[in-house]
Structures are given as structure tokens and as C-alpha cells.
Design a protein around this ligand. Structure first.
Ligand SMILES: O=c1ccn([C@@H]2O[C@H](COP(=O)(O)OP(=O)(O)O[C@H]3O[C@H](CO)[C@@H](O)[C@H](O)[C@H]3O)[C@@H](O)[C@H]2O)c(=O)[nH]1
Length: 329
């Protein structure tokens, strides 16, 4: 089996993808600077702490491990936090990603799967959102991801790079065995905040906006289990190995859940009360973000297996109960 280089393999989605690829029999080497990732989440012995823009290090890793493809999660994934980050930081990390892609190409690696986001669509005029929808990001996070997608396209034309960008909707859940899970600091995502409230670590969960044009007035999102996301990456790598066309794919289920539905399900699953507080809308939050998923189903044979609300919240709850303070480091 071939060796895959995973940057950001110590992060939330990266660590689950590393594990999934290893279970499929791939050799996996991780490069992560551990700025936001966790050493304990890296389940491969081949681990480098370093910078993605370090061309000498990339060359060393590629040749030593005979890397044939890369999955790039690193550097642009500070999610909620990144939306407020200074331009300089974002610009720096966007340039680092370009340097990383250049180093791959120079060392003969011509297949890359990139961790993109539904944020590239900004405030969509039509839902469900297809890959042909206009890409008009409204925050620096979405802009930087779109920029890298476009850079990949340029590298395709110039150097014959083959790439797939996976535009995730809302990643959720944890490994079924509770060994790895979601541990952001600070946490900004709905499901972990709801479960921290269930654990009594927070007094209540704030519901951002109650007057959206949705059935219960709260915002609707397309949540996708992190293990399904890991499977999507494995399929994307396979598609590139099989010579399939480069391009961008939505990764979601095509079904949305409201904030209140999430809280209700969490109350049921945890058996805890989970008090809520009504809060104003969060700036830049669309009412509904739901993916059209025909393309990934048809081209990559991907169908979410674990992304019912029950499985996502139950797996995340197991993780939070076993690791109330996140990874111990
Ligand atoms: O304390 C909270 C946190 C969130 N929400 C709401 O819950 C939903 C989900 O929010 P969150 O978990 O923060 O995810 P999103 O803001 O939907 O962000 C996801 O989707 C974005 C757009 O695709 C991506 O940029 C991000 O990476 C990804 O985490 C939204 O309607 C929020 O307004 C609350 O009501 N209270």
C-alpha cells in the first residue's frame, strides 16, 4: 500500500482521517506544528512536528517515506476563531499552503486532497447548495480556503497536479470507541458546547437567533459525522489514484437540523436538562446551509453512513464524558 502524507493530522478531522486511512492499510505520515492539534490524537508512529512551508522537511518526508499523495488539513482550520484573526496571520498561512503545494510538486507528489469548506459559498441564494453555486465567501476563513482551491487549479494547469477539494458542511461526532474526538480551544461549535452544558461545565447554551425563516426559527445546518468525512477523504484519494478528474465536492448529507433539534436530541441522549438562553443572531450566519450531495455520491460513491443526529451526538457524548477536559497534555 502507498504512503499518504497528512498535514494537520493532529487536528479534529485530520486525526480521524489518519486513523481511517491506517485501517484501510495505508502507511500514513503526519506533519503538524501542534499549534492547535494534539499529540495524543496522532495514531501513526510516523509523526513530524514542523511547518508545512519548510521545503527541506517536505522533501525529506516525501523521499524517506515514499509519499505518493497528500491530504492537506493544516494551517487554515482555526474555524470560528480564524474569522476574527488578523489578516496577516491568514495571509501568512495561505502563503504557507502555496509553498507546501509547490514543495509537493517539486518532489514529485502530484495528488492532493484539500480540506475546504462550505464557507466558500458565503450567504447562498439557493439551498441545497450545489458545487456550481457562486463562490462568494463573506469571511477570511472562506476566502482563504477558496484561494487555495484556485491555487490548486493553477497548479493543475502548470504542473499537472491532480486535486480534490472537499467542501465540508458541519463536521460533528467522534470516533465510536471514544479514543479520539473534538477538542478545540476555545470551543465555538454547537454540539460540543451543548455537551459541555450537559456535563455542567457551562450554565447554558446560547441559541443564536430565534427568528430565522426556518420551521422553528433557529438556524439549520447539514451536520456530517467526522468518520463519514474521513471516508470521503479516503474515497477522494482513491479517485485521484484511479485518474478521475480534479475538482471540488460538497461533503454533507443533504439534510439539515435546527439548533433546537440538536439541543432536543442532546437532552434525550444524555438524559441531562441542558438549559438554553436566547441570544441575538451571530453576524454572518445564514439561516440554512444544506448541501446538494449528488456529485460526491455519483463520482465518489460516497453516502454518509453515521450522520444521523443520534449517532453524531451519542459518539460526541461518549468522547466528552471520557475526556471532559479534552486531550490530557
Ligand atoms: O453557542 C452556539 C454556537 C452555535 N450556534 C448556532 O449553531 C449553528 C452551528 O454553529 P457552529 O457549530 O459554530 O458551526 P457553523 O458556524 O455553522 O460553522 C461551520 O460551518 C461554517 C460554514 O460552512 C464553516 O466555516 C465552519 O468551519 C464550520 O464549523 C449555527 O447556526 C450557530 O449560529 C448557537 O446557536 N450557539
Amino acid at each position: 500500500m502507498s504512503t499518504i502524507l497528512v498535514t494537520g493530522g493532529a487536528g479534529y478531522i485530520g486525526s480521524h482521517t489518519v486513523r481511517h486511512l491506517m485501517e484501510q492499510g495505508h502507511e500514513v505520515v503526519v506533519l503538524d506544528n501542534l499549534r492547535t492539534g494534539h499529540r495524543a490524537a496522532v495514531l501513526t508512529p510516523h509523526f513530524y512536528v514542523g511547518d508545512i512551508s519548510d521545503a527541506a522537511l517536505i522533501a525529506e518526508i516525501v523521499h524517506k517515506h515514499k509519499v505518493v499523495a497528500a491530504v492537506h488539513f493544516a494551517a487554515l482550520s482555526l474555524v470560528g476563531e480564524s474569522m476574527k484573526l488578523p489578516t496577516k496571520y491568514l495571509e501568512g498561512n495561505t502563503i504557507k499552503s502555496q509553498q507546501f503545494i509547490q514543495a509537493l510538486v517539486e518532489n514529485g507528489v502530484r495528488r492532493i486532497v484539500f480540506s475546504s469548506t462550505a464557507a466558500v459559498y458565503g450567504m447562498p441564494a439557493v439551498v441545497p447548495i450545489s458545487e456550481r453555486s457562486p463562490t462568494l465567501p463573506i469571511n477570511p476563513y472562506g476566502i482563504s480556503k477558496l484561494f487555495i482551491e484556485q491555487y490548486l487549479q493553477m497548479a493543475q494547469t502548470l504542473y499537472g497536479l491532480k486535486w480534490i477539494a472537499l467542501r465540508y458542511f458541519n463536521a460533528a461526532g467522534a470516533a465510536q470507541d471514544g479514543r479520539i474526538g473534538e477538542a478545540h480551544d476555545p470551543e465555538t461549535h454547537l454540539i460540543p458546547l451543548v455537551l459541555q452544558t450537559a456535563l455542567g461545565q457551562r450554565n447554558s447554551i446560547s441559541v443564536f437567533g430565534q427568528d430565522y425563516d426556518t420551521p422553528d426559527g433557529t438556524a439549520v445546518r447539514d451536520y456530517i459525522h467526522v468518520e463519514d468525512l474521513a471516508d470521503a477523504h479516503a474515497r477522494a484519494l482513491q479517485a485521484l489514484a484511479d485518474g478521475k478528474a480534479s475538482g471540488a465536492y460538497n461533503v454533507g448529507t443533504g439534510r439539515g437540523y435546527s439548533v433546537l433539534e440538536v439541543i432536543e436530541a442532546a437532552r434525550r441522549i444524555t438524559g441531562r436538562p441542558i438549559p438554553l438562553t436566547n441570544a441575538p443572531r451571530r453576524e454572518g450566519d445564514p439561516a440554512v446551509l444544506v448541501a446538494q450531495v449528488d456529485r460526491i455520491r455519483t463520482e465518489l460513491g460516497f453516502v454518509a453512513q453515521h450522520s444521523d443526529l443520534e449517532s453524531m451526538i451519542a459518539s460526541a457524548w461518549k468522547w466528552h464524558q471520557h475526556h471532559p477536559e479534552g486531550y490530557e497534555e
